[in-house]
Design a protein. Structure first.
Length: 254
């Protein structure tokens, strides 16, 4: 898996519209930096090439954004876009930050790539302060077009059966998705990992063919069928660093 994600041909960025929707949600949650106040520390975990962090910086002016990834190639590409970039992994203690030191985490299009998502959320919860914000996004297995594709016997978009090439579904690019979630499953999983779910909203997918994009944006009104799921959650005050799954798993991929 590490060799796969260090391949420069593997995409490490996702759609800007999704990034901006996610950043605006976080901006409303954090509020502006008050005169003389302390800026929030926002970790973009699995920052990829830094494009999502750069989009977020336009919305989160004054707050401190740190890009984190375990891919050295991704960090090289992110460095020109993000003021601070560091290497870290989503293992027990694998992020180079103290317990309860971050105010928010952007976790964009990462969880679907992980072998051990339980360990990943454990580590994110560790670095977040009680009440800190988690902004997680991931493709929706039950997106409006996937429902039709499954009925027609076609492999759903976003799902992959091989890391070498696409089989049985639309598209041509392998991106390394290992897990996919419906809105209900994702909400239950995040809540079971020591977070309080604040909202579940939808976002469009940049890969939808242009003629269908108005329909895709309209579907965002119903998260259960939207292309991308956006979850805003907060670290539960009583959730300690050891709640939930065990250690291990892969690092923060693109």
């Amino acid at each position: 898996m590490r060799d796969f994600y260090e391949d420069p041909a593997v995409p490490v960025a996702s759609g800007e519209e999704r990034s901006l929707r996610q950043a605006r949600l976080l901006g409303r949650a954090l509020g502006p930096v008050q005169p003389g106040g302390v800026p929030a520390t926002v970790l973009d975990v699995g920052c990829g090439d830094g494009s999502a962090a750069a989009a977020a910086a336009r919305v989160l002016a004054g707050h401190r954004i740190v890009g984190v990834d375990w891919s050295q190639d991704a960090l090289r590409r992110a460095a020109p876009r993000v003021p601070y970039v560091v290497r870290g992994e989503l293992t027990d203690g694998g992020l180079p930050f103290g317990t309860a030191t971050a105010d928010a985490v952007l976790f964009s299009e990462v969880i679907e790539h992980l072998v051990d998502p339980d360990a990943a959320l454990d580590e994110l919860r560790r670095v977040l302060r009680p009440g800190g914000h988690l902004m997680l996004s991931t493709p929706n297995l039950a997106a409006w077009y996937n429902r039709g594709l499954v009925l027609a016997g076609v492999q759903p978009v976003f799902s992959e059966v091989s890391l070498r090439r696409i089989h049985g579904r639309p598209g041509s690019q392998v991106v390394g998705h290992l897990r996919l979630y419906t809105a209900r499953a994702l909400k239950e999983f995040v809540a079971a990992s020591g977070f309080e779910v604040v909202s579940v909203t939808g976002a469009p997918f940049h890969g939808v063919p242009r003629p269908l994009r108005p329909l895709d944006r309209a579907a965002c009104q119903w998260p259960a069928i939207a292309s991308i799921l956006l979850i805003h959650a907060r670290r539960a005050a009583g959730a300690g660093a050891g709640t939930g799954g065990g250690a291990g798993g892969t690092g923060a991929g693109p």
